[in-house]
Design a protein around this ligand. Structure first.
Ligand SMILES: [Zn+2]
Length: 96
């Protein structure tokens, strides 16, 4: 695999939603838990969301750890954290 080297300044911010996906995504034989639906921000060195990016859901009572595979999830990518957080906030309020 190709090694990617980037500085911390070049991080991207992926805004993703915790949603239930197809059943193949079974974490170590455990049943697939219900998704909380929260939009949240994942900082990553990868410019594009991919299976390599693993997020941790911060939703209340939710401990899902989905991989940010753009085939499964709707993901929006931003260059700066402020904008990403604002967008996630708007989505959670339902204004977007
Ligand atoms: Zn969740």
């Amino acid at each position: 695999m190709q090694k990617v080297t980037v500085s911390k300044n070049e991080r991207k911010y992926h805004v993703w939603q915790c949603v239930k996906r197809r059943d193949y995504a079974r974490p170590h034989g455990k049943p697939v838990s219900d998704a909380c639906g929260l939009w949240q921000v994942k900082s990553s060195k990868y410019a594009k969301p991919s299976r390599k990016v693993q997020a941790n859901c911060i939703g209340f009572g939710c401990d899902r750890r989905p991989r940010l595979n753009p085939d499964d999830l709707k993901i929006y990518t931003f260059d700066d954290l402020e904008t990403a957080l604002q967008f996630a906030d708007d989505m959670n309020r339902g204004d977007a």
